[in-house]
Design a protein. Structure first.
Length: 305
């Protein structure tokens, strides 16, 4: 008797599993049907930084952006202000071109799962990046920092962005409710952290070089930018330059800091609020500015405006 009940329930379970797997594959054509509202908001929030990276890398490498290379991904949002082609060596240009296409894929991947929103107004002008550097050094650099001038300046400007996305994804994953969105964000995190590692490695290689015409080294620029992000985020130390005091390095035993991590070398996390405080440059999630003069889009960012 016991045996037959268990056989019956096993059969029923297998039937249910078959139905479920059949059901989910027929729904794969519109996966957002499976995605809870909470997850949709988190995924849409990510679009803000992905749009920014797509445009900055695409323009930097090719001198054109989404409007020329993937117009459907803009959903009609306005082109970014002040972005331009960077004066890059062929080696760095090739890397940035790869990053650009990776970001196009990220935008498409997110939008294949959630409706999303048009490209928000972004300011990627030299002035915006010069402002970041002035705020980081708490002084006016003369001449103003030009992100597009050469490899090293462009890599320093690039240092400003993917890491913020990375910490956001680390913060998002444990809060997500559906495996579909967890898988997506894990995939985004993997490549964003790879981009961050490449940028940091190229900067680490030049860590002790001066960033001409200034008297500061590459390592000093990274430390100042990281400190600024820590200050704006207002949640303690989550950001470190490529050379740190020994105590901040891996195991508290090494000054080289090609990857950022906590005491156990695990990635730091940030909330959408912390990210907005940083990318707005204002330290306030309800005060847009800097890279998003009209604010970021999606339900989370809009809820603060
Ligand atoms: C998928 O469904 C969502 C929610 O009903 C809808 O907003 C979205 O436009 C659909 N996407 C596609 C590609 O059909
Ligand atoms: C872009 O959108 C247009 C109009 O909706 C559509 O006809 C075209 O196939 C799309 N192209 C791509 C590459 O998705
Ligand atoms: C472009 O970068 C190279 C190498 O750093 C530099 O020598 C050159 O002056 C730069 N050109 C312009 C127009 O800034």
């Amino acid at each position: 008797m016991a045996l037959s009940i268990s056989t019956t329930s096993t059969t029923a379970l297998i039937t249910i599993l078959l139905l479920l797997s059949g059901g989910s594959s027929t729904m794969a054509s519109n996966e957002s049907i499976n995605i809870p509202k909470f997850d949709i908001d988190q995924l849409e929030f990510a679009l803000n930084l992905e749009y920014l990276e797509a445009e900055f890398f695409s323009w930097g490498a090719f001198g054109v952006g989404l409007d020329s290379l993937a117009p459907n991904l803009t959903m009609g949002g306005p082109p970014p202000i002040g972005v331009m082609k960077a004066n890059l060596s062929s080696f760095v240009r090739d890397i940035i071109a790869q990053f650009a296409f990776q970001e196009f894929g990220h935008l498409r991947a997110i939008k294949s799962r959630v409706k999303g929103f048009p490209r928000p107004q972004m300011d990627l002008s030299a002035v915006a990046f010069a402002t970041v550097m002035n705020n980081a050094f708490e002084m006016h650099l003369v001449p103003p920092f030009d992100p597009y001038a050469n490899d090293i300046n462009y890599l320093l400007a690039s240092y400003v962005i993917p890491y913020v996305g990375l910490t956001g994804y680390v913060g998002t994953i444990p809060k997500l409710q559906s495996p579909t969105s967890e898988r997506l964000v894990a995939g985004l995190l993997g490549v964003e952290s790879g981009q961050d590692a490449v940028i940091r490695t190229l900067l680490f290689q030049r860590a002790l070089s001066k960033v001409t015409p200034y008297s500061f080294t590459v390592a000093e620029f990274t430390s100042k930018i990281s400190k600024l992000r820590n200050d704006l985020g207002k949640r303690g130390l989550k950001d470190e330059g490529v050379i740190v005091p020994l105590v901040q390095g891996a195991e508290g035993r090494i000054a080289g800091n090609v990857l950022v991590g906590d005491q156990n070398s695990l990635s730091f996390d940030r909330t959408p609020e912390e990210i907005l405080r940083i990318v707005y440059g204002s330290g306030e999630e309800n005060k847009p500015g800097l890279f998003y003069p009209k604010g970021a889009d999606g339900r989370i960012a809009r809820s603060y405006l």
